[in-house]
Design a protein around this ligand. Structure first.
Ligand code: FE2
Length: 278
């Protein structure tokens, strides 16, 4: 038995397409998509429709991540925000406009998925951790913290969310982070997914990295209108793609307080951040 875990596709069609090609060679029995299929990229509808097609055709299992929740709540929530906050969230409304027809489908996806291994042991898939879909698992966490964030313990737990893959054994427990298909944050631009294969001695885990044409994704930022119409933060999202590291997280920490205090506009903060980091 072989199970593939894909997470954080983030509307990156060329990256998803490359992983689909790779799956033809790795041939998993099941594929689970652990959330954040949409948002933060130029092709939300195409990525969504492909995963839905594979759910129907090959039994792929789909679930919500924090970005599905952001998108579903965007129309009601963003209109309540202050003008500068609306600018920051505009890219999520752009995504919503493109997947509007699938709102009910996405809302029905679960937050956790459980499978049973050949030995009867559970395999649990969550987007971030058991502490919620925004509380991630990192390789630097010690065993006690990983246990705490993945309790109640099951033999195998796989997550995404942080965009940084890892494999950790804690005794007989296996904890994996699949990394991100569409936007890795470990300075390696290749798409990332995880595979576990059942062997005579138990599960054999693997992080798979798949090269793809990132230039094609950049072209799609332009062709789809995402860069032109997706709002003030899209230039930073493009930097995340190009540099395989987080930009929005540091923006929220370093610049959001200054924008909130009306010391600078969102547009000025984006320019200042690009200048300071390049
Ligand atoms: Fe994500």
């Amino acid at each position: 038995m072989k199970i593939a875990f894909l997470a954080d596709i983030h509307s990156n069609w060329p990256a998803l397409e490359a992983v689909l090609q790779h799956l033809k060679a790795s041939r998993p029995d099941r594929v689970v998509v652990a959330g954040d299929t949409i948002n933060r990229g130029p092709n939300p509808r195409r990525c969504l429709e492909k995963t839905l097609e594979l759910a129907g055709q090959d039994g792929w299992l789909l679930m919500r991540g924090n970005h599905e929740d952001y998108v579903l709540h965007a129309p009601g929530r963003i209109s309540q925000l202050r003008p500068w906050e609306q600018e920051v969230c505009a890219h999520t409304l752009w995504t919503h406009d493109h997947i509007r027809a699938y709102r009910d489908t996405i809302a029905a996806w679960p937050e956790h998925i459980e499978l049973e291994g050949p030995d009867g042991g559970l395999i649990r898939v969550v987007h971030a951790s058991m502490h919620g879909n925004r509380v991630g698992l990192y390789a630097f966490m010690d065993d006690a913290e990983l246990h705490d964030k993945t309790a109640p313990g099951v033999p195998v737990l796989c997550a995404g969310h942080t965009h940084i893959p890892f494999i950790r054994w804690i005794g007989d427990r296996l904890i994996l982070n699949a990394g991100a298909v569409g936007m890795p944050f470990d300075r390696d631009p290749r798409a990332s997914y995880a595979l576990i294969s059942w062997t005579e001695t138990g599960w054999k885990p693997e992080i798979v990295r798949v090269p793809y044409d990132q230039g094609e994704t950049v072209r799609l930022y332009h062709e789809t209108g995402y860069l032109a119409n997706g709002g003030a933060m899209v230039p930073l999202i493009l930097r995340e793609l190009l540099e395989s590291r987080s930009w929005l997280g540091p923006w929220h920490r370093e610049y959001e307080p200054r924008v909130a205090a009306e010391e600078m506009t969102v547009a000025d903060s984006v320019q200042a951040m690009i200048q300071s980091r390049t």
